[in-house]
Design a protein around this ligand. Sequence first.
Ligand SMILES: [Zn+2]
Length: 232
Amino acid sequence: VDQPGSAARLGDETWEEVAQRPGRILAIALGSLEQHGPQLPLDTDSRIAIYLVDRMAAQRSDVVVGPLIPLGASGEHQGFPGTLSVGTQALAGLLGELVRSARTSFRGMVVVSGHGGNHDALSLASKQAELEGDDLLCFSPHLVDGDAHAGRTETSMLLALDPDRVRIERAAPGALAPLAEIIGELRRAGVGAVSENGVLGDPTGASAQEGRALLEEIFEQLVLAVAERFDA
Ligand SMILES: [Zn+2]
């Protein structure tokens, strides 16, 4: 994929430099550290979120990239080794305090989440931001034909972003039933109860070419969402 150009990074700046540039938007990538089948690294969601945030900040001079939040709400994956989750309450608390802290220096904040399980925490943080008058945009990519977890969609995106991290020879189908059919069991007993290898979908047809197209699609979604919120 095209590497993002030069994105402004908050950690590189001094407090005086931040003060000289009022009215910017703080962009935060929110990922997870959870099993992604036998073929993908635990930080797959973070890698995708970082890509989106960096590329947007390279394109918009009014966006500055804050630190990655590398942990999310991944309780449903806890049965697999390596998964580290802080859960919905802790994540919502962290996001809520971050929004309060960021209001001193920025006109608003966009959180780009690479992990669907972070949804409830993002909703809670959004409600708080609305109540307190903060401009928070929570963005989660949506792909109409995407599979649920560590399947063709995410494997293709990682092949485009970071092929050396994909153990493609380990890729194998997981649970193939529509998510709606297995979501009850998944919530009750975790991903391991419905898929032995942790995959929901079939990664065997994944390709970097497909991944590039998917990344392009979700990047365009992000660009539009940010423009709608902040350029109106
Ligand atoms: Zn994922």
